[in-house]
Design a protein around this ligand. Structure first.
Ligand code: 6PG
Length: 463
């Protein structure tokens, strides 16, 4: 057998299959393999000349030119380890395995350690869903630079394009940085989706139909908030239920599932000491949507649908500003987490590149990304002007927070996050006092350097 295929893809679910078709359409001979042949056949049936199916991993691996570049689009967790174990005896140090799933970044650290000196291993985030895989996703590969350079030319061809027309892929950094950045991308995704849901829910509670809400959202999808998530929301709100009457969105149960990346983002934020309240609120909101609380078991306490009065005033501007601030704070929290983690881990992540590669293909793409890189520039005047404008806008945010009766955890988090920045004092001096009062944990003073304890029943002492 000749080894002529440029790349190989294992896992022929929709994402894997579409990714293979994308590579083939860019002129790459692409080897595909799946545990069950039916899925491979299904992709072959699409008739792309350059996609070649193999029945065994041995034939698949042998068909690849050297260095062999194998992308895994299999379920994260154990299946990734199982496939690596099977491939390893057939590969050399020159070859590269690229894990394209939503793997936990701690697993990526472990795999990179285990595979060092045996095969190159890249932890690669891919965003854009099935459509992105086919037409161009945002790609976030992380690993050692020599290994990354072997795959970059291929990834550049299949990636989406940023606002300037450049590929939405960059060598993110060393170690697990690719999967870390993708994880945070998903955390931001959770926050933006929940925030949009809260606006939808509030409008629904005023008695607006899905179509009426679509109309409101259409008027908000411009400038900074023009985004993929708004586009699909508009599409969703207009879709009739083909199984029954009315609109499909109204027939879908209000219980949101999650595969874990949002929660992992919150864990990482706690580890690196970064505040990500929008993301945490969104994760918790999904959890609470199942209303699976032990103390509520068997109780029938669901509210009768209350219809608060439609507001008299025109909410367009407050809604737009709320949405903008919700998007902005969700991005900033996630980016701050990436920045801090990178400071500690020295992965070599370029923040502006992260922002750039999210401009196209990915789920959280929006026009706002065009200006976010300014936060990582030394332009103090720009930042001051922006935050003064935001400060002046807090009334709009407050207005939406307190409209109606529906819960709005992410919108409230947006407010709390910003207001905590604007506040000259936080209540945490009292917390430090309480900690010291009951546990002699010490406190810093505003007037003199050093750490102190006491002053509650006896003298103040140096800690
Ligand atoms: C993407 C998405 C994708 C997937 C999420 C869904 O960027 O293409 O983030 O990776 O849709 O993992 O995550 P949940 O099932 O946790 O909502």
């Amino acid at each position: 057998m000749t080894s002529t295929n440029h790349v190989g893809i294992i896992g022929m679910s929709t994402m894997g299959g579409n990714f293979a078709l994308n590579f083939a359409s860019k002129g790459y001979d692409t080897a595909i393999y799946n545990r069950s042949w039916e899925k491979t056949q299904h992709v072959l049936d699409k008739g792309a000349d350059r996609v070649h199916g193999y029945k065994t991993t041995a034939e698949f691996v042998e068909s690849l030119e050297s260095p062999k570049k194998i992308m895994l689009l299999v379920k994260s967790g154990y299946p990734v380890d199982a496939v690596i174990k099977e491939l390893l005896p057939m590969l050399s140090e020159e070859d590269v395995i690229i894990d394209c799933g939503n793997s936990n970044w701690h697993d990526t650290v472990r795999r990179q350690e285990e595979l060092a000196g045996k095969v190159g291993f890249v932890g690669c985030g891919i965003s854009g869903g099935a459509d992105g895989a086919l037409h161009g996703p945002s790609i976030m590969p992380g690993g050692d630079s020599e290994t990354l350079q072997k795959i970059m030319p291929y990834l550049e061809k299949v990636a989406a394009k940023d606002f300037q027309g450049h590929p939405c892929v960059t060598p993110v950094g060393s170690g697990p940085s690719g999967h870390f950045v993708k994880m945070v991308h998903n955390g931001i995704e959770y926050a933006m989706m929940q925030g949009l849901g809260e606006i939808y829910d509030m409008l629904r509670s005023f008695g607006h139909s899905a179509l009426e809400i679509q109309e409101v959202f259409r008027g908000l999808n411009y400038g900074n908030t023009q985004s993929f998530l708004m586009d699909i929301t508009l599409d969703i709100l207009g879709k009739k239920d083909t199984k029954g009457t009315g609109y499909l969105v109204d027939r879908i149960k209000d219980v949101a599932k999650a595969k874990g990346t949002g929660g992992w983002t919150v864990e990482a934020a706690l580890k690196y000491g970064v505040a990500v309240p929008n993301i945490a609120a969104a994760v918790i909101a999904r959890t609470q949507s199942s209303r699976n609380m032990s103390f509520l078991k068997g109780l029938d306490i669901m509210d009768e649908q209350q219809v608060p009065k439609k507001p008299h005033e025109n909410l367009k501007t407050p809604l737009y500003r709320t949405m903008e601030l919700m998007f902005l704070t969700s991005y900033l929290q996630g980016l701050d987490l990436i920045y801090q983690a990178n400071q500690e881990e020295n992965w070599g992540v370029d923040m502006k590149e992260v922002i750039r590669i999210w401009e196209g293909g990915c789920i959280i793409r929006s026009q706002m990304l065009g200006m976010l890189n300014l936060f990582w520039e030394e332009d103090k005047n720009w930042k001051e002007k922006l935050f003064k404008e935001i400060h002046a806008d807090m009334d709009n945010l407050r207005l939406i927070m307190y409209k109606g009766i529906t819960p709005k955890p992410v919108i409230h988090s947006t407010y709390n996050y910003l207001q905590s920045m604007f506040s000259e004092h936080l209540p945490t001096n009292l917390i430090q006092a309480q900690r010291d009062h009951f546990g002699a944990h010490g406190y810093a003073r505003v007037d003199v350097e050093g750490l102190y304890t006491g002053g509650w029943n006896g003298d103040i002492e140096e800690f």
